[in-house]
Design a protein around this ligand. Structure first.
Ligand SMILES: *[C@@H]1O[C@H](CO)[C@@H](O)[C@H](O)[C@H]1NC(C)=O
Ligand SMILES: *[C@@H]1O[C@H](CO)[C@@H](O)[C@H](O)[C@H]1NC(C)=O
Ligand SMILES: *[C@@H]1O[C@H](CO)[C@@H](O)[C@H](O)[C@H]1NC(C)=O
Length: 523
């Protein structure tokens, strides 16, 4: 852990420090964005950052475009991470991984929950592995019994899902021995049923599926299309979804920066590991050029880290599992991604900040692994730039102050907190006034609790939105809700960023909110 005086310039005496800063600002002044110009002198940006996220651009989050990018994937309701439950039509019971995994598959459960839920790993549009609650894979053993014991999937853990033409929720499951799974009894599921079927309710090889969860992230779109088609679809998306005119709009709206979510594979562009595809780096380069033209800052935000730092699609997880931070090698690999981004963009005038990691979550991300990574990631950025801010995101569902003292030990560090009046039952029944009061009172004290008087670390509300659980709110209600958030989050010492620029859901689209007079930026 770093102490308060051991930042990058901590050992340099003050007069020398000032001299260095003056020289470096003189050198850099002509090219730098306003946002970045006075970092070294004042700590905080010259004008507070009022940014917008470019969500759903270089890192897929399907809902942002209403999942339309996934339209042309065959069987696009059977993507990686899709959660299926299987009810045997003859037993009228659900398949279950007995004990949650590590034992047999049975067909004796009246109700379905975790142990009765199977997560897909997609091989192709018809071929899958099934991962159970305990993370084992379903397979067929040497005597034809169906078990969940393998920790990695091989040929015996590979199945075809054959869907009934007239009702796609009815399936048969063909094992690698060519035979179909059948629920002979509640206690015996075997891979030994022949090809013929009339799909009747008396056929022990027929199962009715419930689809109880799905992911629409980068893993799903890339693996769903396959590398050739995914490359076409995504390159088209990257070059059309956000263009120079968006940067012009952002600048003319009174915003001064963009936060750009990226995935770890951008560092191995143009040939990232499968299933990811290359080309997003060129788009990020374009963002820097446009930002320079319109005098905007760029926050490069590592939103998806190797192994996934949370179970959400925006961490590019395959099936909801989160393995980031579980080994030193994984942390070192993530630091290399930061090193790549810092070295590539350190010389660009519009580089405002590097955000080391978005929304890490326990138990994958422990406090110890996060601190180790933030220390090493900070050092990696500083090897290339002494002026870019380094943003450290709080862990979700952890104490908001757990990183305060730690982050305060780094010069130019910023703590990122995300404030949504959503995603918790606390907000389910709040009225318009209660939502507004919550921001005015609770959020302002939350923000005050992480905002140090000496500006170390600086604070950033890196995601917020003028959306809530209220139904039927008026335009005036939305205007007031947006305004109170602007006012309160305007007290963050680094600034804020709206989630997101464009979205098929209007209130989540800052562009729509500005163009339709719901959000007015005080200039
Ligand atoms: C199944 O769920 C129903 C409804 O929630 C409940 O009444 C019943 O007790 C459950 N049955 C079993 C065997 O858990
Ligand atoms: C295969 O799995 C079934 C079901 O669990 C079990 O009864 C049988 O003993 C297993 N066969 C072998 C060879 O392990
Ligand atoms: C907001 O703060 C008030 C006063 O401290 C508290 O009573 C209330 O429970 C908080 N609201 C929520 C939703 O946490």
């Amino acid at each position: 852990m770093r102490s308060a005086d051991a930042g990058i310039l901590g050992r340099v005496r003050l007069p020398l420090l000032l001299l260095l800063l003056i020289c470096s600002s003189l050198l850099l002044l002509p090219q730098q964005s306003d946002a970045r110009r006075t970092l070294a002198a004042a700590g905080a940006p010259a004008s507070p950052i009022r940014a917008v996220n470019l969500g759903g651009w270089l890192l897929t989050e399907g809902w942002i475009q209403g999942n339309s990018l996934f339209n042309d994937i065959p069987n696009n309701d059977l993507l990686d991470g899709t959660q299926l439950q299987f009810k045997s039509v003859t037993q009228n019971r659900y398949l279950v991984a007995d004990m949650g995994g590590g034992a047999a598959i049975l067909a004796d459960r009246v109700n379905a929950s975790g142990w009765e839920t199977f997560k897909l790993w997609r091989i192709d549009e018809m071929t899958f592995n099934f991962r159970v609650f305990g993370n084992q894979f379903v397979g067929v053993n040497s005597t034809g019994g169906v078990v969940a014991t393998a920790t990695t999937p091989g040929p015996s853990e590979t199945f075809q899902l054959v869907r009934q033409d007239s009702d796609k929720s009815r399936v048969r499951i063909r094992a690698s021995n060519g035979l179909f799974l059948q629920a002979k009894t509640m206690e015996s599921v075997t891979a030994d049923y022949g090809e013929d079927s009339d799909w009747g309710d008396d056929d022990p090889s027929v199962f009715v599926t419930n689809n109880v969860g799905s992911l629409h992230g980068e893993y799903q779109i890339c693996n769903g299309y396959g590398v050739t088609k995914a490359t076409q679809v995504l390159r088209n998306h990257w070059s059309t979804y956000i263009t120079e005119s968006d940067f012009s709009f952002i600048a003319s709206s009174g915003l001064n920066a963009v936060r750009v979510p990226v995935g770890w594979w951008i560092a191995s562009d143009p040939d990232p590991p499968l299933p990811f595809v290359g080309g997003s780096l060129q788009a990020l380069d374009n963002a820097f050029s446009w930002a320079e033209k319109y005098n905007l800052g760029v926050i490069v935000d590592l939103h998806a880290a190797p192994g996934s730092q949370n179970p959400y699609e925006h961490s590019a997880t395959r099936d909801g599992s989160q393995e980031w931070g579980t080994s030193d090698a994984n942390i070192a690999q993530t630091v290399q991604v930061i090193e790549f981004l810092a070295s590539r963009y350190a010389g660009r005038a519009s580089l405002l900040a590097v955000e080391l990691l978005n929304e890490p979550l326990a138990p994958g991300a422990t406090l110890a692994s996060i601190m180790k990574y933030y220390q090493d990631g900070y050092d990696a950025v500083r090897r290339h730039t002494s002026t870019a801010y380094v943003i450290m995101s709080n862990r979700l569902s952890a104490s908001a102050t757990e990183l305060l003292q730690f982050a305060g030990g780094f010069s130019g560090a910023v703590l990122d907190v995300h404030y949504y009046n959503l995603f918790s039952s606390d907000f389910d029944s709040l009225t318009v006034e209660q939502n507004i009061d919550f921001v005015r009172n609770n959020r302002s004290s939350d923000l005050a609790a992480v905002t140090s008087q000496n500006g170390r670390p600086l604070t950033f509300v890196g995601e917020w939105v003028a959306e809530w659980e209220v139904q039927g709110a008026t335009k005036t209600d939305y205007q007031r809700f947006a305004q109170v958030q602007e006012d309160v989050y305007g007290r963050a010492t680094f600034g804020w960023a709206y989630w997101t620029l464009k979205n098929v859901n209007n209130h989540w689209s800052m562009q729509w909110m500005i163009q339709n007079g719901y959000i007015t930026l005080n200039t």
